[in-house]
Design a protein around this ligand. Structure first.
Ligand SMILES: Nc1nc2c(ncn2[C@@H]2O[C@H](COP(=O)(O)OP(=O)(O)OP(=O)(O)O)[C@@H](O)[C@H]2O)c(=O)[nH]1
Ligand SMILES: [K+]
Ligand SMILES: [Mg+2]
Length: 368
């Protein structure tokens, strides 16, 4: 039986199994099996680099952040890229017009944001249909995924695209689960959680562990989690990426229909063709990218407000800032002077570990 057939069999069995406390162990085992099969699917066939293992498109990362457009064919991804970035990407009424990855750049608030137009994907993309794997591998390298939807198409398309991305280890608009998983030599499975009446019980946890041949481990969950979260932690190699649903072609629907869509979380209605709400979309991308702009102040001069150093919220210490300016700057670093919302005094003297905030001004003082 091929891996895909095995996957299908397990998915069918899961669909047949009622979800309750009594079946949670069995479902946990099935989910772990599924995750393992999916990993096998993604592993490159022996030796051959660039095989079906899911190499992305070879587009150089430039700018401060990267946004990838993912969606079914003909939802308007290329039209959107052309209008947003000014880089032409062919658009047409037939499906699969775009066959490769087309990069463009948006300049916004001093940052350079790379946008990637990608070929349309279809159901089964993650399992190797069409260019799906290349598309999704490229999406994995992005700081934000723009899921482009056609508002005239069924709402179920959203779920289908999410399913394809999830099957490739991408988690959308989600924080990594706060689960500690520590293997040991003896002592069996110890499961503790900070939550009263958690969704997962010891049986389910044990079933998942057994599937991974783990018989001794300490597992602690700081929050209430599902089987999938535990599987994610054991499997590793998951990426957590924010996502926006850009619902395109709103010129084709009524105001009432639009109002319903406007209220859904992470949605941004647009009309690429007439350039409606493209500013709104870029602003939302900016918010979701969560970038931190830091202005450099040379000694005795005004800061340069036109060219911020753009950092990501998870990596925005003074040291990160220095490394972005020059890779040897840290060797000469003595301390930094900071003006802005991350400090009380202006300026304030700080060390390399100080965490910067958006629009801080920094002057680096070097050792003599
Ligand atoms: N009515 C309307 N049509 C649009 C809009 N945006 C794009 N289209 C049309 O939708 C069709 C598909 O647009 P593309 O930009 O080629 O779509 P795509 O998602 O890049 O398609 P593939 O590359 O084939 O996956 C074209 O005929 C566009 O003119 C829009 O906002 N409104
Ligand atoms: K098209
Ligand atoms: Mg296209």
């Amino acid at each position: 039986m091929s891996i895909l057939q095995k996957v299908k069999e397990i998915e069918d069995e899961m669909a047949r199994t009622q979800k309750n406390k009594a079946t949670s162990g069995h479902l946990g085992m099935l989910k772990a099996k599924l995750a393992k099969l999916r990993r096998e699917l993604l592993e490159p066939s022996t030796g051959a680099k660039g095989g079906p293992g899911g190499e992305g498109f070879d587009v150089v990362k430039v700018g401060d952040a990267r946004v990838g457009f993912v969606g079914f064919p003909s939802v308007g991804k290329s039209t959107l890229l052309t209008k947003l970035t000014g880089t032409f990407s062919e658009a047409a009424s037939y499906e699969f017009t775009t066959l490769t990855c087309i990069p463009g750049i948006v300049r916004y608030r001093g940052a350079r944001i790379q946008m990637l137009d990608l070929p349309g994907i279809i159901e089964g993309a993650k399992d190797g249909k069409g260019r799906g794997r290349q598309v999704i591998s490229t999406a994995r390298t992005c700081n934000l995924i723009l899921i482009v939807l056609d508002c005239l198409k069924p709402l179920t398309h959203k779920r289908l695209i999410e399913h394809e991305l999830e099957g490739f280890g991408i988690r959308l608009n989600k924080k990594p689960p706060n689960i500690t998983f520590r293997k040991k030599d003896r002592g069996g499975i110890n499961f503790s959680t900070a939550v009263k009446d958690p969704k997962l019980d010891l049986d389910a946890v044990k079933a998942v562990c057994a599937e991974y041949r783990v018989h001794n481990a300490d597992i602690h969950m700081a929050d209430d989690y599902e089987v999938d979260d535990l599987v994610d932690v054991i499997e590793g190699s998951r990426v957590y990426i924010p996502a926006i649903y850009a619902v395109n072609k709103i010129d084709q629907i009524t105001i009432e229909e639009l109002e319903v869509m406007d209220r859904l979380p992470h949605y941004c209605p647009v009309c690429a063709f007439h350039e409606w709400n493209l500013d709104g979309l870029v602003e939302m991308c900016w918010e979701y990218l969560d970038l931190v702009r830091v202005y450099t102040k040379p000694k005795g001069k005004l800061p340069d407000f036109n060219e911020p150093v753009v950092l990501h919220r998870q990596r925005c210490t003074v040291e990160d800032f220095c490394n972005r300016i020059h890779k040897t700057l840290m060797k000469q670093f003595k301390y930094a002077l900071v003006w802005g919302s991350s400090v009380k005094h202006r300026p304030q003297r700080v060390g390399r570990d100080h965490v910067l905030q958006d629009e801080d001004i920094v002057q680096i003082i070097k050792k003599i």
